[in-house]
Unconditional design. Structure first.
Length: 63
């Protein structure tokens, strides 16, 4: 098995493009983490708002 890079520092440097490569990975992982967090927290708020809207509509139709 042969490795593409001679050392771990060469791996992180990525031939001079390491900053951009690792920055892109960081932004991507951060964005995905935010999306996962948002998708887990937001449905609870959405369901609560839907219930309130339905209750409000029921009150309006009873009058």
């Amino acid at each position: 098995m042969t490795f593409q890079f001679e050392s771990i520092s060469d791996f992180f440097a990525m031939g001079g493009y390491g900053f951009y490569v690792w920055l892109a990975y960081g932004i991507s992982f951060f964005t995905i983490a935010i999306l996962i967090w948002y998708s887990k927290s937001e449905p609870k708020k959405l369901l609560k708002n839907v219930k309130k809207s339905l209750q409000r509509e029921e009150r309006l139709h009873k009058k």
